[in-house]
Write a protein that binds this ligand. Structure first.
Ligand code: G3H
Length: 479
């Protein structure tokens, strides 16, 4: 059954979108970048109301197109609205803190954050709404103009938001383009007129896109990329809690999360008990269509991924792993049953490749240095989870990993939220940091007006401020 369609636009239309974004920015003198924060916030608030009117359409669209369960689709929508509201509050706070002068040595200065120009925002298929908006909204609210290229899957929801964007923002501020990334992104990048690339997806694609820019130092990149987050299960771990967290961590949205746990290290002394209980728990998971209440495993949107899952399982088996749960490896149409592979080793592709699906590789360890070495040698550096209670062991791992990954979770799965926390990574996992607070900084640059503190300069500043002659040089306070 056909659930929708979208246009495959070409280079010409892509360049038209860029032109519109550049005109709206007008070298920083366009209507949008010239507005005060307070004025821009009003537009974003209007957008929230219009977006909320489309909630049912967006949720159903997410559920049908990417196979996200109904409950998780609702969560993605609500989380996005909350992110926008939190961003509004944060930008107001930022503006209030900038509405003053600093007097240092013999200088008087006002320091604000200014937009950077045209932002190209590209989100991934697993969070096509949320992860696009966590870059798009801070980019807009800071005064940039934008081009949005939705992912290949998770694109249909944008149909329901086009009018909301059109009615909430001046022309050219948000330009949504549809089509194959390989057709429409390189022409835009090659012009050198994109100032910020905000991309969430594979590091390979991120590199291909950024390399098209002719003047790389003029391109700021905010990237969320690959990850292979490990869980380390210590000998005194609470097995019930660990299993629950590992099920959520490995299998939420079929394991299609950049933050998913993608490798499990379990201590030798408890491996048998863990494997048995974990395999039973995995085999009890409900699999079915995304609208069924309580469903966990749903269809995979891209059927090519199933071929890949079979390949990495076969490779692991050829190198000595076994599928240890009864339903492991079963698949039909776009469904793939969660598959636990044990014991995995460094000769297997699954050891280093990010599976981004319901395949769970497990290995055992005796010495804490084994999982630590794995993480140190890994190309990825996003997060890790530790399960257990021995505080010496936990402290030892924290100190070993705190310069390898960007978040260490104790007795809980890896995750991005709460969204006010910094979300970033090292190595191939990320560039830049996103959070409600950090994203406003990622899409802006500090700019200041400074003068020697003599009477004539003070008079200039005093008069400009008093007569409200400048939007930048101003002590207006948002109440
Ligand atoms: O796919 C990556 C997402 O940012 C993960 O977010 O941990 O809240 O699922 P999440």
């Amino acid at each position: 059954m056909e659930i929708g369609e979208y246009p495959l636009q070409n280079e010409e239309i892509a360049l038209e979108a860029l032109k519109a974004a550049m005109e709206a920015y007008s070298n920083g003198r366009g209507e949008w970048p010239s507005m005060t924060t307070e004025e821009r916030v009003l537009h974003v608030k209007k957008f929230i109301d219009k977006m909320n009117e489309q909630k049912d359409n967006v949720v159903i669209s997410l559920m049908w197109e990417i196979g996200k369960s109904y409950d998780d689709s609702v969560k993605e929508f609500d989380r996005t609205i909350k992110y926008i509201i939190d961003t509004i509050n944060e930008v107001i706070e930022l503006d209030r803190n900038s509405s003053k002068f600093s007097i240092v040595d013999n200088y008087i200065a006002q320091i604000r954050r200014s937009p950077l120009g045209v932002v190209l925002s590209m989100g991934p298929y697993n969070y096509p709404l949320n992860e696009t908006f966590t870059t798009l909204i801070p980019a807009i609210i800071m005064g940039n103009t934008t081009i949005v290229k939705p992912p290949r899957y998770g694109v249909l929801l944008y149909k329901y938001l086009l009018k909301a964007f059109q009615e909430s923002f001046p022309p050219g501020v948000v330009n949504i383009i549809f089509g194959r990334g390989s057709d429409i992104i390189p022409p835009i990048m090659r012009t050198g007129n994109v100032n910020v690339l905000a991309f969430v997806g594979s590091s390979r694609s991120a590199d291909l896109i950024r390399q098209q820019h002719p003047i790389p130092h003029r391109l700021r990149c905010v990237l969320g990329m690959d990850a292979k987050n490990p869980a380390i299960i210590l000998k005194d771990a609470d097995l019930d809690l660990t299993i629950n967290e590992c099920i959520e961590g490995t299998l939420s949205f079929n394991g299609q999360r950049c933050t998913a746990i993608k490798m499990i290290f379990v201590h030798d002394s408890i491996k048998n008990k863990f494997l048995e209980k974990f395999a039973t728990a995995v085999d009890n998971i409900k699999i079915g269509m995304s609208w069924i209440k309580g469903i966990k495993i749903t269809p995979i949107p891209d059927e090519n991924r199933l071929k890949y899952f079979l390949e990495i399982i076969e490779d692991a088996k050829n190198n000595g792993a076994r599928i240890i749960n009864n339903n492991g490896g079963l698949n039909a149409y776009n469904f793939f049953y969660p598959t636990i592979l044990y014991p995995v080793n460094k000769d297997m592709r699954i050891w280093t490749e990010e599976q981004f699906g319901p395949i769970i590789p497990i290995t055992s360890f005796n010495n804490l240095e084994e999982p630590i070495l794995y993480i140190t040698n890994s190309n990825y550096g996003q997060q890790a989870s530790i399960f257990g209670y021995n505080k010496e062991d936990i402290a030892y791992i924290i100190d070993a990993l705190s310069n390898q990954v960007s978040r260490i979770n104790i007795n809980s799965q890896c995750q991005r939220g709460p969204d006010v926390f910094p979300f970033t990574g090292r190595k191939d996992s990320a560039e830049g940091t996103l959070s409600v607070f950090d994203a406003l900084r990622a899409f802006s640059i500090r700019t200041m007006v400074a003068a020697k503190s003599c009477d004539s300069n003070k008079n200039i500043i005093r008069n400009i401020v008093k007569n409200r002659e400048s939007k930048f040089l101003s002590t207006e306070f948002i109440l």
